[in-house]
Design a protein around this ligand. Structure first.
Ligand code: IFM
Length: 441
């Protein structure tokens, strides 16, 4: 399955701050937009919150030992902005920084390389109150925060990711309202896209000026296929690809927004608030593109060009209802190589299933192991076809807070019993550990 992966290909597991840390009001941390959103009636399944989550803030050393026992090369985690810079402005919070400093030290001591993401959706609430991502100043606040984190950890962390999945921050946060902060306004979402990209560029400049080993951004992507040759279906797929992928990668890599996407969004009454010099900042060269892949879609046009129908292909689905399409990952990676040519790493790939634990907490999740195996094979196939892919992170290390789904959906290769906080390796974790061992021999 891993035949064809290049020498030096690395393996990792991934998490994010709000999904695992808990300790939401400890040691000076202030609320993020997710703390606020979780308290909005009906926003999150069962009214759940990340207040405790996996209690990783208090269990970090043991969690790092568990990560090391999996044999991974790298651990991808995110830093909580309101923990490190409460309120999103001003001085660092020494206790917040100390947590990440200890995390990095624990990882390095155990031979696991830290892969740090600066923003995985937990905007300080005060910055949302000041306008959030539709407001240009938020990009400058982010660059300042990036510099502060680098000042604290840059001596030990080599790999820096600015943003995780800006599509989710912009579109789910400001258009559909399914994610924090829960606004529903397409024009604001488009402004958020630009300011997230600007934030990435400004932060990249801050980080580069201080010195980094490797710098990039992570995007969630799939392939968009038309349901038929009908030009309307072809156009529906083009639009989905435009708003899902090209609106990010064209400015990031080529320094321009795609013309067809500008026309599409103008027809919906929105405009990208680009200013002179922005695109040069946004296209600050990156070393690695993080690719998060879960599924791909087939699109059929409807009477509303902004709302095409997703046509199920009759494939098996995960507990999220997402079809399992490993071939889409191969196609995506080959296409990204051709159109953008940036070295890539799979920064997330994994699946939620309805796990059944035995009395010891063990889950025989052959379905999840199969999902991972088929997608790792798809990566190897893309590499054989010429894609430059350098590593793979499984999402996720452990079950955690799955945003609007609360704790109902479990993506972990490690089971978390939320009553006791006991961690138990699932069959998929054992399989992943053995794969890593085999791939080295
Ligand atoms: O849990 C999320 C993660 O935070 C971002 N990427 C997708 C995952 C599964 O939905």
């Amino acid at each position: 399955m891993s035949e064809g992966l290049p020498t030096g290909f690395f393996w990792g597991v991934a998490t994010s701050a709000y999904q695992i840390e808990g300790a939401h009001d400890e040691d000076g941390r202030t609320p993020s937009i997710w703390d606020t959103f979780c308290r909005r009636p009906g926003a999150v399944a069962n009214g759940e919150t990340g207040d405790v989550a996996c209690d990783h803030y208090h269990r970090m050393p043991a969690d790092v030992s568990m990560i090391a026992r999996l044999g991974v090369d790298r651990y991808r985690f995110s830093v909580s902005w309101p923990r490190v810079q409460p309120g999103g402005r001003g001085q660092v919070n020494p206790k917040g920084v100390d947590f990440y400093s200890r995390l990095v030290d624990e990882l390095l001591e155990k031979g696991v390389d830290p892969w740090l993401t600066l923003y995985h959706w937990d905007l300080p609430q005060e910055l949302e109150d000041a306008g959030g991502w539709p407001h240009r100043d938020t990009a400058y606040r982010f660059a300042e925060y990036a510099g502060l984190v680098h000042d604290a950890l840059g001596d030990r962390v080599r790999t820096w990711t600015t943003l995780n999945e800006p599509w989710c921050s912009a579109m789910l946060g400001y258009d559909t309202g399914r994610h924090a902060p829960g606004r529903k306004n397409f024009a604001e979402a488009v402004r958020a896209v630009h300011h997230l990209l600007l934030a990435h560029g400004l932060a990249s400049q801050e980080l580069r000026s201080r010195g980094v080993g490797s710098l990039g951004i992570t995007l969630n992507m799939g392939v968009s296929t038309p349901a038929s040759d009908d030009p309307r279906d072809v156009d529906a797929a083009r639009r989905a690809d435009g708003l899902g992928t090209r609106i990010y990668l064209d400015p990031l890599v080529h320094g321009r927004y795609p013309e067809d996407v500008l026309i599409d969004i103008a027809a919906r009454g929105a405009e990208i608030p680009v200013r002179s010099g922005d695109l040069e900042i946004i296209s600050t060269p990156m070393d690695v593109l993080g690719v998060n892949y879960y599924t791909s879609h087939v699109f059929k046009a409807t009477d509303n060009p902004a709302a095409p129908e997703v046509v199920p292909q009759g494939l098996p689905v995960t507990a999220m209802g997402w079809e399992i399409v490993p071939s889409g990952l191969t196609r995506l990676l080959v296409r990204l190589q051709q159109d953008y040519g940036v070295p890539m790493v799979i920064t997330e790939n994994g699946a939620a299933f309805d796990d059944a634990a035995d009395e010891d907490g063990f889950v025989a999740d052959a379905d999840r192991a199969d999902y991972l195996a088929s997608h790792i094979s798809a990566v190897a196939e893309a590499v054989r076809a010429g894609a430059d892919v350098r590593g793979y992170f499984a999402w996720s290390l452990m079950d955690n807070f799955e945003w609007g789904y609360g704790y109902d959906k479990r993506f972990g290769i490690v089971r978390v019993d939320y009553e006791t906080q006991q961690r138990t390796l699932k069959q998929s974790a054992q399989w992943f550990r053995d794969l890593i061992t085999r791939s080295r021999s």
